[in-house]
Design a binder for this molecule. Structure first.
Ligand code: NAD
Ligand code: UDP
Length: 336
């Protein structure tokens, strides 16, 4: 199949392009590099078992999308801004890029007769869950503008599928993607101070930062720190391959959780990372971060039923692979 991968130069997109190529699919990266590096595309080409094409473009550019969609069988749509804090300060930029960009993409797909879409959603659409593990039919509620963009786009895609029975979509709700390709050549490369736990821990371990701030030690969890469902990005990439292969006429629209089904606390992740890296990760416990939930992990059974997929790589592999990437590229793609 020929797959247009919007946001394909980014963290999850780059790993997905390598996985698509390994399955014999033709991936075309469509990215404006607003949060990624052309070096990632070179590295994807090095790891992929077949050529991966690149179109430098913006999903808000209808004409360029129309050209890129020619002959495409399915679209995987990763292209979005993703920083929760920034979305609270710049909500309109998030609405424009994440919602506006998605509407332009859907219009371009309809005009080009491309009827299969895989959309990057997030566990953030569950807000503060009533209970864990979280099933896809749990109540949806959002706590910040970024989360709202994910929920709104899910709903827009659902409406389009209802209006166009030929249109098929998978809404993939990721839990906490971490880790890197086992080669250490591609990985997560946040600019500035990382917002997320795993890249922060990696940067402390490599000596780029002094100390991890643990946000809250008084949650109702076994060790008092927040519990999340960390999932290896290689497992996530594999789920996207299954997703494009699952979409078919009459499929309709379904939301699927992508997680391991296991909760891991902040301190458990710190210890696992210390073991994998052989480095100390100094930390201090500070106040809770506004908007954080105590516990969040997936019930991944629908992914097994719908995609025939389950996560395989454990916490140790997530930490080993994150460390290999971080230690070989201490400044991310800027180390190249
Ligand atoms: P990322 O920022 O590394 O990748 C997104 C890519 O999209 C980047 O390469 C960026 O340059 C590109 N992009 C952004 N706006 C664009 C536009 N208008 N036109 C073309 N390209 C554009 O992020 P990621 O971590 O790989 O996440 C991918 C998707 O998954 C995002 O939609 C994100 O919201 C979602 N998601 C991520 C996580 C996570 O923790 N990483 C969790 C849940 C959901
Ligand atoms: N966290 C932390 N210090 C950090 C970043 C995150 O203690 O510097 C905690 C956070 O409070 C949460 C967990 O780590 O309990 C995962 O946070 P992340 O931002 O990676 O993901 P999300 O909050 O989106 O699940």
């Amino acid at each position: 199949m020929k797959i247009l991968v919007c946001g394909g130069a980014g963290y999850i997109g780059s790993h997905t392009c390598v996985a698509l190529a390994a399955r014999g699919h033709d991936a075309v990266i469509y990215d404006n590099f607003s949060n990624s590096s052309p070096v990632a595309v070179e590295r994807i080409a090095e790891l992929a078992e077949r050529p991966v094409a690149l179109v430098e473009g913006d999903i808000r550019d209808a004409a360029q999308l129309a050209a890129a969609l020619e002959g495409v069988d399915a679209v995987i749509h990763f292209a979005a801004f993703k920083a929760v804090g920034e979305s609270c300060e710049q909500p309109l930029a998030y609405f424009e890029n994440n919602i506006g960009g998605s509407v332009t993409l859907l219009q371009a797909m309809e005009a080009a007769g491309v009827a299969n879409l895989v959309f990057s959603s997030s566990a953030t659409v569950y807000g503060d869950p009533d209970s864990v593990p979280i099933r896809e039919d749990a109540p949806l509620r959002v706590t910040n503008p970024y989360g709202r963009t994910k929920l709104v786009v899910e709903e827009l895609i659902g409406d389009l599928c209802a209006a166009r029975p030929g249109f098929n979509a998978l809404l993939l709700r990721y839990f906490n993607p971490v880790g890197a390709h086992p080669s250490g050549r591609i990985g997560e490369d946040p600019g500035g101070i990382p917002n997320n736990l795993m890249p922060y821990i990696s940067q402390v371990a490599v000596g780029a930062r002094d100390c991890l701030s643990v946000f809250g030690g008084d949650y109702p969890t076994p060790d008092g720190t927040g519990v999340r469902d960390y999932i290896h990005v290689m497992d996530l990439a594999e789920a996207h391959v299954r997703a494009v292969e699952t979409l078919r006429p009459g499929f309709g629209c379904q939301a699927v959780n992508l997680g391991t089904g296991q909760g891991v606390s902040v301190l458990e992740l710190v210890r696992a990372f210390e073991e994998a890296s052989g480095r100390k990760v100094p930390y201090r416990v500070i106040a809770r971060r506004a908007g954080d939930v105590a516990m969040c992990w997936a019930d991944p059974s629908r992914a097994a039923e719908v995609l025939g997929w389950r996560a395989r790589l454990d916490l140790q592999r997530m930490c080993e692979d994150a460390w290999r990437w971080q230690s070989a590229n201490p400044a991310g793609y800027r180390s190249a």
